[in-house]
Structure formats: structure tokens, C-alpha cells
Design a protein around this ligand. Structure first.
Ligand SMILES: [Zn+2]
Length: 308
């Protein structure tokens, strides 16, 4: 296997599909393992450790439903980069489905194949490139740094001279995004909302340049959300992050939408009021009726991201 071959396999992992539901099981487990490999951890992870660490990642970055590591732990084998060396010792071996009770009872070990592990060891940058592919395909950009940090990785390591890059003089690599993006999305969305946050009216500027106002996708771009104004909202940095982490959601109210704040949000004041003050309030409508967010994207977000 070549490094490019490995990246191709990572890019092509099969993902469980049902409608437009998010299913980041495999991406989260792979990101966790890529982080471990860079830190020199053992090639195989025990099922109990995988359950704990995957559970933490799922609670932060997974959809608002239960996520079990038993699925990616065994089904990644079919993607050609993973193995469970002693799977044949499990009672449910041969049935095509390893039972959770067996995986737990025998604390089965799984991980990258020896071949993949050698590749990752010989080139730590490869782990970051693979992580970049997974992030680009399965998560919005606003969450990339947080997820990398959670698994112990950082793009900063791609800078020449950093300790994790053994070959000196290499330039920082660009991550290749699979879906082309419409570059006018940001401009169109910000204009549609008069360059103010649709939740809090934030419109700070420095030298007439916007400071911290962004165009957010309601249905994530990584999950087929289009770069169209009616799938966008102008939001300040805080409210954009809150939307992508599921701390706020939207609900139809009359001809517009009102803000929902997750009951899981905690903080002392005045921090908490930066969200709670807007709970139940209508968001700013766009200038044109044509640009009102479409219900289908708002519903996707509430089902797949919002932490109710
Ligand atoms: Zn705001």
C-alpha cells in the first residue's frame, strides 16, 4: 500500500445511509486512531478504551442520538484498513456480526492493519492528511480545529520545522474538498441579512471591514447542504459555532423562525445570556422573501445537529 492508496481508502470508506441522517461513526473512530498513531500509541485499541473515547467524541461531535462504537469497530474491516486480529475467538464470529456483549466480555482489540500502521509511522504527516479528508467530508469547517484538538492532532504540525514533520522544508498542504463551493455564498448571505447576525444583530467592523460575521450553512455543506442563500444565515462567530455544535436550533414560527436553545447549555452570566436571551425570539428575516431559509434545511439541522 502507498500513502496515496491509504488516503484513497480513507476517502472511500462506506458510510451507513438512511435518508439524510448523519452517521459519523467511522470518521470519528478513524480520527481517534489517527491521533493515537501520531502520539505513538499501540497499534490496537481495546474495545473498552474505544467505547470510552468514542463515546466522548460522539457526545461532542456526533448527532443528537446514541452512537455505538461496535459498528465502526467491526465494519471498518470491510474498508481494507482495519482489523480485529483475534475476532475468530469471539463466539459471534462467523455470523457476520460481532455482538456487543462478546466485544465487551472479551475486550476485543482492533486497529489499523500492520501495513497501514507502518505507513503512518514512517510519515506522521500522513495521519494529518487523512484526518483532513475525514473532516472535509463529514464536518463543517467551524468544527475542524476543535475535533483535531479532541483527538490530539493539529494542522500546525504541517508547518515546516515543527517536530511532527520529519521531512524538513515541506509546505503546508491544502486539504482537497470533494464538493466544489460557490464562492459567492458568503457574500450573498451576508448581504441578504444586511451584514448583521440573524440572531443578535452583531455588526462590528474595523476600518469598514466586517469583524467576526460569517455565512453559516444550516444543513451542513458536508452533508449535501447547498451553497444557496436559503440554506444560509449570517451569524456572528459565537452564534455560528453554537449552531454547528447544536447549542442553538431553529423552529418555524409564523412565516419565520424562532431560536431554540439547547437545555444542555450551561454557563455563568453574562455568558449564558449570550444564548438564553434569544431563546424563543424570532431570527432576523432576510431582506427578500426569496431568501428565507427553507424548511427542509432547518428540519435537517434540528434532527441531526440540535441537542434537544
Ligand atoms: Zn450573534
Amino acid at each position: 500500500m502507498t500513502p496515496e492508496g491509504f488516503l484513497r481508502l480513507v476517502n472511500d470508506i462506506t458510510i451507513w445511509k438512511k435518508g439524510s441522517q448523519r452517521a459519523p461513526h467511522k470518521p470519528l473512530l478513524l480520527l481517534l486512531m489517527l491521533g493515537r498513531s501520531v502520539h505513538g500509541a499501540a497499534r490496537l485499541i481495546t474495545f473498552s478504551e474505544a467505547e470510552t473515547r468514542f463515546g466522548e467524541l460522539w457526545r461532542r461531535f456526533g448527532p443528537p442520538r446514541r452512537g455505538l462504537v461496535q459498528y465502526p469497530f467491526q465494519y471498518l474491516v470491510h474498508d481494507g484498513i482495519w482489523e480485529i486480529p483475534r475476532a475468530s475467538e469471539l463466539p459471534s464470529w462467523g455470523t457476520g456480526y460481532l455482538r456487543l456483549t462478546d466485544l465487551r466480555k472479551h475486550d476485543a482489540e482492533g486497529g489499523f492493519t500492520g501495513e497501514v500502521s507502518e505507513l503512518l509511522e514512517s510519515d506522521p504527516e500522513l495521519a494529518l492528511r487523512a484526518a483532513g479528508l475525514l473532516l472535509a467530508k463529514h464536518f463543517p469547517i467551524s468544527l475542524h480545529d476543535e475535533i483535531l484538538e479532541a483527538v490530539g492532532l493539529s494542522y500546525a504540525w504541517l508547518v515546516p520545522g515543527s517536530p511532527a514533520v520529519r521531512e524538513p522544508g515541506k509546505k503546508q498542504r491544502m486539504v482537497i474538498y470533494r464538493r466544489p463551493r460557490r464562492l459567492v455564498f458568503r457574500k450573498e448571505v451576508l448581504e441578504a441579512y444586511d451584514e448583521r447576525c440573524a440572531i443578535c444583530d452583531f455588526d462590528l467592523r474595523i476600518n469598514d471591514e466586517l469583524l467576526g460575521l460569517e455565512a453559516a450553512h444550516i444543513q451542513w455543506h458536508s452533508h449535501k447542504g447547498p451553497d444557496d442563500v436559503f440554506n444560509g444565515l449570517a451569524l456572528c462567530l459565537l452564534h455560528h459555532r453554537a449552531l454547528d455544535r447544536g447549542a442553538v436550533g431553529l423552529e418555524v414560527k409564523g412565516t419565520g423562525y424562532r431560536v431554540l436553545v439547547s437545555g444542555q447549555v450551561r454557563g455563568s452570566n453574562p455568558s449564558e445570556s449570550l444564548l438564553s436571551d434569544f431563546s424563543g425570539q424570532l431570527i432576523r428575516p432576510p431582506r427578500s422573501r426569496l431568501h428565507v431559509p427553507r424548511r427542509t434545511y432547518v428540519d435537517w439541522h434540528r434532527a441531526q445537529v440540535f441537542r434537544n
